[in-house]
Design a protein around this ligand. Structure first.
Ligand SMILES: C[S@@+](CC[C@H](N)C(=O)[O-])C[C@H]1O[C@@H](n2cnc3c(N)ncnc32)[C@H](O)[C@@H]1O
Length: 719
């Protein structure tokens, strides 16, 4: 090796702030993160409203209380892991951005922590660990607070609403990563980004600030010696009684208390360093007071321990003012700005960490609350990210997620959401996604057709009530007696509410906002409310895989005119069903209309004859007349086709039944239904011929009952 290529000793001005043992800390200098194939072109979060920014990445929205506050679950466009997602806290109408644990209402914080606790339980569950290979996985649950450090790229472009990262790294994420000791990392900036030299000092100061204050029962300050227990993240730590502590108002209050203490201490330190406690505006730096003056100011802070005071004096000796020219340079180079000093405001990462445990001792693992501050300087970054080993997550140059990883990621998220849904009582789940966020769109004609609101009363119409009675009659005989039902295309909720009253837990999904409102209104008066009312599309259900015992498709198939779209709806029904689960799917018969239009004397209109001729030929129903009696854009099945579609999706049909049969052509149908005796006679008669293949096409609606086969050794499911 020549003298020119020999390694130069690393000169780090901030080196003196590292504790002696820091250079031995294990680190992963670069940990490539899997990327999504098509991330958004611009990550800058400049949209006024979170929905405009996150759009299709919004997985769910959960209202908290009645004042419009909500927790939004977001699928990160720049993942930290294959198994991650984000919780965003939005308050009121979202015009006020709540960033800290003390900005959000206590109910919101407690709910967020409850969701975090559910995430831990979910990841620890043996079924999750088995399915996704998460034994020994590392969890990172945390929030970043940096609202006023607007000159850092994190602060400037990314969301300042309070957001919690729910990350889980399987051991495979680390398997090929090359580990090093911090001392082996030669690039000073990289070294500081891995372990912030100021993090130890900041942790000590925070301990000083809170030392005399009582902590909740079961919580204790981690002392100096367990600053970095078992290789965990560097920072201020409080040992917690366990993960069960999270969904507790005591935990929410502790976080608020810590924030307030940190903010108070930080303001005092800023005054010592600059003469003012106020945060400086973006892209400005307040001048630093001379070192002697800073030392004198620090002496007045009696709560500071001597080592902390000494550390702060050293820090002042290492800091210098930034010139306007340098500021402009930083502004032009976000990478540089991200590494430079900031005196702008309080900035910390707050999270929960537990050392990875073997499966059997999981419940007894120590759990720490960790806070990592960027104290008066953002020269480092949050070393907790990456779990117990300090790592720099490279989210821009990692491999594109494989199809298998993408599928697993989606399953992982869906199953967690299903868990959240199940723990959210009553109609407190809603999903007001914009159309784009549903991943699919409903045609304007269909939306216009339903905008009239007629769906609400349709099944009460004397001649249409037979459809309701017969559908209930069939469902009662074919569905499991209780369980979780997804009523997809559930409209204003006629069947959903009836099944809820019968003891099922029903999630109603529909794409038409008016239907959701009508369902919500009906549900408010119901004794047995629905589990959730979700805006969604049959082709992309907002429900977890394997989360339902029953799926009802009583409507969507008539509106999906494209065979590929119907196939997607069937595939979604298959996905969300448990093995053995039942699907009840309705189609409208393409043959019935001939008789209906004749009976209603509509046939003599040539336009009507043309409509019929077309849908008799290929099932495609179009109604250019504007006459609402002729329905809207749709697809009318032949009975056999319905069973073929279901089988193609891997479902096993076991009954194909006429719903109304020819009963709708009885001239006195309404009277028959009003008389209980005659009604029962009619229903009994219909039951006897409901499955007769030669009569099926005569019925307006045909109902297919199928089930999802349980996987056997030869047909192992891969999804
Ligand atoms: C005739 S209504 C049936 C409503 C209810 N299931 C019933 O049987 O009374 C058809 C329903 O399907 C819904 N729908 C239309 N297109 C859909 C789609 N792509 N995914 C899910 N639902 C859809 C409509 O909003 C409407 O509520």
């Amino acid at each position: 090796m020549t003298a020119a290529t020999a390694r130069r000793p690393v000169v780090d001005r901030f080196g003196p702030l590292y504790p002696a043992s820091a250079m031995a800390l294990p680190v992963i200098p670069r940990l490539p993160m899997p990327r999504l194939a098509a991330p958004p072109p611009d990550v800058r979060n400049l949209s006024a409203h979170y929905r405009d920014h996150y759009g299709p990445h919004i997985l769910r929205e959960y209202p908290v209380g009645d004042s419009g506050d909500r927790i939004v679950v977001v699928d990160k466009a720049f993942p930290h892991s294959v198994y991650d997602m984000m919780l965003l806290a939005t308050v009121g109408d979202d015009t006020v951005i709540a960033s800290s644990v003390s900005d959000v209402p206590e109910a919101m914080l407690t709910t967020l922590l409850t969701f975090c606790g559910q995430f831990v339980r979910y990841v620890h569950a043996s079924s999750t660990r088995r399915r996704f290979g998460l034994d020994g996985a590392q969890l990172m649950i945390g929030t970043n607070y940096d609202p006023s450090t607007t000159d850092r790229d994190n602060g400037q472009w990314w969301d300042k609403r309070m957001h919690w990262h729910l990350n889980c790294w399987p051991t495979t994420a680390y398997r090929d990563a090359s580990m090093a000791s911090l001392g082996d990392v030669n690039d000073v900036n990289r070294r500081r980004a891995l372990v912030d030299p100021i993090a130890h000092l900041a942790a000590r100061i925070m301990r000083d600030a809170i030392r005399t204050q009582p902590l909740p029962t079961g919580c204790r300050l981690a002392d100096d010696t367990d600053l970095n227990p078992e290789g965990g993240p560097v920072g201020f730590k409080i040992a917690l009684p366990g993960w069960d502590f999270l969904p507790d108002t005591t935990c929410a209050r502790l976080l608020v208390h810590l924030h307030d203490v940190a903010a108070g201490a930080y303001a005092q330190l800023r005054r010592c360093f600059t003469g003012s406690p106020a945060a400086s505006p973006p892209w400005t730096r307040p001048g630093l007071l001379p070192p002697g003056q800073v030392a004198a100011n620090l002496d007045e802070l009696t709560w500071l321990s001597e080592p902390a005071r000494q550390g702060l004096r050293t820090l002042r000796s290492l800091l210098r003012d930034v010139t306007t020219g340098e500021m402009n340079l930083m502004r032009a180079d976000m990478d540089l700005a991200n590494r430079c000093l900031t005196l702008a405001g309080l900035d910390y990462h707050l999270g929960f960490w537990s050392p990875p445990q073997p499966g059997s001792s999981r419940g007894r693992a120590p759990v720490y609350l960790v806070m990592q501050f960027k104290l008066l300087s953002a020269i480092g970054s949050s070393p907790a990210i990456g779990g117990s080993v300090a790592s720099i997550l490279d989210r821009f140059r990692g491999p594109i997620m494989s199809a298998q990883q993408t599928r697993l990621r989606r399953q992982f998220q869906d199953r967690f959401l299903a868990l959240l849904d199940c723990h959210t009582e009553g109609v407190n789940v809603s999903n007001r996604m914009p159309d784009a966020a549903m991943g699919t769109s409903i045609t304007p004609e269909i939306l216009a057709f339903y905008a009239h609101g007629a769906e609400q009363e349709r099944l009460n119409d004397p001649r249409r009530h037979i459809e309701y009675l017969r559908t209930i009659d069939i469902l009662t005989r074919h569905l499991p007696t209780a369980g979780i039902v997804a009523d997809v295309g559930g409209g204003p909720g006629a069947y959903a509410l009836r099944l809820a009253a019968d003891g099922h837990r029903v999630h109603l999904v529909d794409p038409v906002p008016l239907h959701l409102e009508q369902a919500e209104a009906r549900c408010a008066d119901a004794e047995s409310p629905l589990a959730s009312i979700l805006r969604g599309d049959a082709r992309r259900l907002p429900l977890g895989s394997g989360s339902c015992d029953t799926v009802l498709l009583l409507g969507p198939l008539y509106h999906l005119t494209d065979a590929a779209d119907r196939a997607r709806a069937w595939a979604e029904a298959h996905r969300v069903l448990v093995p053995g689960g039942v699907v009840a799917a309705a189609a409208t018969s393409r043959f019935y209309t001939t008789w209906e239009y004749l009976a209603k004397n509509l046939y003599d209109d040539p336009a009507v004859e043309a409509i019929l001729a077309r849908h008799l030929c290929d099932g495609q129903h179009r109604n250019p007349t504007g006459d609402r009696r002729l329905f809207t854009t749709g697809y009318f099945h032949s009975p056999r086709e319905l069973a073929v579609e279901a089988s193609t999706a891997g479902l096993r049909p076991h009954a194909l039944l006429a719903v109304e049969g020819a009963a709708k052509l009885l001239p006195d149908l309404a009277e028959r239904l009003r008389d209980p005796h005659r009604r029962d006679l009619l229903l009994r008669a219909m039951r006897r011929v409901e499955a007769e293949p030669s009569l099926l096409g005569m019925s307006e609606h045909i109902l297919l009952i199928a089930h999802k086969p349980a996987p056997d050794s030869t047909t192992q499911e891969t999804t």
